[in-house]
Design a protein around this ligand. Structure first.
Ligand SMILES: CC(C)(COP(=O)(O)OP(=O)(O)OC[C@H]1O[C@@H](n2cnc3c(N)ncnc32)[C@H](O)[C@@H]1OP(=O)(O)O)[C@@H](O)C(=O)NCCC(=O)NCCS
Length: 183
């Protein structure tokens, strides 16, 4: 049976985001693993940047099917909770995992949320015993701040290029290829 299409947007934040406020009642952020129910907010965060080609669109259905791969940053301010950032860790093999779909709400950029989500994904990968992380990005400067470095695409395993990239209709065209060893 067809499901109703839900329009996905990132609504502007009603109030300016303030971080590190003196009491948790006025502002509080935390990074956590995503849960079922987060998928619409995550899809909206990703969609906010896909028109510019910075993120590849993922529908809420696609997100919920792999919700366990996602980490999110959530803001609790004035007794109201909102997701402001997300990212996912996609395991390709015992040695390689890919960081994907890192997106921060347009009104909350530059406050450490992107780096916080990436660090959470790095910790997940370390717990899983993955040897190294890889990613494709148009913002290599940000990922350099997260201890990733540039590599040539040819340094990626051909199976990864064929299956995870070309096999899913993705392209490395115009994107930096980066890695971060975990051992
Ligand atoms: C890129 C993005 C994820 C960064 O998240 P953010 O929360 O704004 O960044 P942070 O505040 O965590 O910044 C961490 C560091 O990276 C730097 N940085 C962030 N964005 C940067 C950029 N576009 N260019 C250069 N440096 C950047 C910050 O100055 C900071 O440096 P510091 O460690 O010296 O303090 C976010 O801006 C975003 O969602 N952009 C659009 C979507 C996108 O491009 N996603 C990447 C898909 S692969």
């Amino acid at each position: 049976m067809p499901t109703a299409t839900r329009h996905i947007t990132t609504a502007p934040l009603a109030r300016p985001v303030t971080f590190n406020a003196p009491t948790p009642n006025t502002a509080h952020t935390r990074v956590r693993g995503a849960e079922p129910g987060d998928e619409h907010d995550i899809a909206a965060l990703i969609a906010a940047w896909s028109e510019q080609g910075l993120t590849l669109p993922r529908t809420a259905q696609q997100v919920v099917e792999c919700i366990g791969e996602f980490a999110v940053a959530e803001l609790n301010q004035h007794n109201h909770t909102r997701l402001l950032a997300c990212g996912s860790l996609s395991i390709f093999s015992p040695s390689i995992a890919e960081i994907r779909s890192v997106a921060v709400h347009p009104d909350a950029k530059g406050k450490g949320l992107g780096k916080g989500v990436v660090e959470r994904l790095v910790e997940e990968a370390q717990l899983l015993g993955v040897d190294r992380l890889v990613l494709l990005t148009r913002v290599p400067q940000f990922f350099r701040r997260c201890q990733f470095h540039d590599i040539d695409a040819n340094e990626l395993p051909s199976a990864f290029l064929q299956e995870a990239i070309a096999g899913r209709g993705r392209s490395i065209e115009g994107r930096a290829v980066m890695t971060r060893p975990l051992y």
